[in-house]
Design a binder for this molecule. Structure first.
Ligand code: PMT
Length: 337
């Protein structure tokens, strides 16, 4: 399948690619959620999480995908909720979710936590109970989950394709604009950089009888620029940068800040991301010759092995990431007064 590549701007993308059918319903619900929390004076964070797919056919049988399980996003969402934020959790369908994530891994299957208690007599059905040594942990997770539901501070939205993601991101960020500086954007999703426009997709399943297949994909427009400049003025925006070559992390993070002008890039290496990240931001320095901008780079590391060896529950780096961001976001809000 040879096609001419097109260069899409954000504008031409939205003018030519169709919105997902559920967009309007999703937006209506987000509007209510944002208005409620704006009235109650709460800060709201949009957490994006998981990978996007790139369909190869209109009647989709095949698609491209990526590795992201949504661990970073789901874990961070929990810590934001704990810190008093309202959270819009925009995630890839069936990826990890706050709270249920503790029991959805194959290493921690939920059914292993349950016992069947023998009935007192044959007329009574057997009862299910939680294995005694799992009760404390489960109680903590369940209590936090119930509290969040009671307060109405978590709103979940799903995407599957990169097209769903882009339409939702634009619509949700526009709804969040009323929050001004109280809006935070935590873009942890792993979004595809390439896609196949609808106009170039085969309607039916691509047939294998013709030998090799080559597909030329178009580049997904850089969406951070309009997000920062137009969709949500005043919002505190954190993007992520994933690399597999550690040497590229800092240059790429700095480049993203220069290009998009947002507040923080969190750099993470694929294999070290669970225990090491770097916050890159712009710093304004004053000296005798005037004011100049430079980059501040703050590494955040946790010692996984010592924690586990000492018998502590495994520390999650997201706890420290979120604590640092909450601090920076409060300063950002304060500085606007
Ligand atoms: O889910 P896990 O398995 O826990 O993994 C977490 C993670 C490694 C995926 C996460 O921590 C991470 O690094 N996510 C960003 C991956 C990346 O490098 O994205 P990028 O360079 O393609 O994009 C840069 C930033 O812009 C990202 O914040 C991305 O969410 C955002 N983006 C990118 C393209 C696009 N069209 N829209 C976007 O919003």
């Amino acid at each position: 399948m040879h096609t001419e590549p097109t260069t899409f701007s954000a504008e031409s993308y939205f003018a030519t690619q169709p919105p997902p059918p559920t967009l309007q319903d999703d937006v209506d619900q987000v509007r209510k959620f944002v208005e409620k929390h704006a009235r109650e004076g709460r800060s709201v964070v949009l957490v994006t999480s998981g990978g996007t797919t790139v369909p190869l056919e209109l009647n989709v049988v095949r698609f491209l995908d990526n590795f992201s399980a949504g661990t970073r996003g789901a874990t961070s969402a929990e810590y934001f909720l704990k810190a008093g934020y309202a959270v819009i959790f925009m995630h890839r369908q069936f990826s990890l979710q706050p709270y249920s994530r503790h029991y959805s891994h194959s290493t921690n299957p939920f059914l292993d936590f349950l016992d069947i208690d023998p009935p007192e007599n044959e007329a009574v059905p057997p009862r299910i109970s939680v294995t005694p040594n799992k009760r404390t942990d489960l109680l903590q997770v369940l209590a936090a989950y119930k509290k969040v539901h009671e307060l109405g501070t978590l709103h979940s939205l799903t995407f599957v394709t990169v097209n769903d993601y882009l339409w939702l991101l634009r619509a949700v960020s526009q709804e969040m604009a009323i929050l001004k500086r109280k809006a935070m954007f935590y873009l942890a999703a792993a979004v595809s950089d390439f896609f196949l426009p609808q106009q170039k997709m085969s309607e039916h399943k691509i047939q294998s009888g013709k030998g090799n297949l080559s597909i030329e994909m178009d580049q997904v427009p850089k969406i951070l620029k309009p997000l920062v400049d137009e969709w949500t003025p005043g919002g505190y925006i954190i993007s992520f940068k994933l690399e597999t070559d550690q040497n590229l992390l800092l240059p790429k993070a700095r480049q993203a800040l220069e290009r998009y002008g947002h507040q923080v890039v969190i750099g993470n290496d694929l294999h070290r991301r669970k225990f090491e990240v770097v916050f890159v931001s712009k710093e304004r320095a004053k000296d005798g010759s005037g004011v100049s901008d430079s980059f501040a780079e703050d590494w955040l590391r946790i010692d996984l092995h010592n924690n586990v060896a000492a018998g502590f529950a495994e520390k999650e780096i997201e706890e420290d990431i979120v604590a640092e961001l909450v601090k920076r976001h409060s300063n950002w809000i304060e500085n606007s007064r």
